[in-house]
Ligand binder design. Structure first.
Ligand code: FES
Length: 104
């Protein structure tokens, strides 16, 4: 019998990110949507995400700290980075992260 395949790409540490003003630690070397799944496993797993750059339900706006430009991206494609600040999320992501009790 083999061990079940992990959802996550290999990582050795967690990185700090900010989601709608709150700090979390998530696995490095993974797409942001996978990191959101790390924080809210069941809701994100049952979310309406294609995981394939098609549905756009995973769109976010973010920056990389004070003085950096705000960008938009699809989080199933965007690799997480230390210090990334997610500033806006879609209704689908917000619903999936409801257990995190984010303000917005
Ligand atoms: S999950 Fe569908 S575009 Fe990212």
């Amino acid at each position: 019998m083999t061990a079940p395949a992990t959802l996550f790409r290999p990582f050795t540490r967690l990185v700090k990110i900010i989601i709608l003003g709150r700090e979390f630690e998530v696995p490095e070397n993974n797409p942001l949507l996978r990191c959101l799944q790390y924080l809210a496993p069941e809701p994100v797993s049952y979310g309406r995400f294609c995981w394939n750059e098609d549905c756009q339900y995973c769109r976010v706006s973010y920056d990389l700290g004070d003085g950096t430009p705000t960008r938009t991206a699809i989080s199933c494609k965007l690799m997480v980075q230390e210090g990334i600040r997610v500033k806006e999320v879609t209704t689908e992501i917000k619903y999936c992260l409801r257990t995190l009790k984010l303000d917005k």
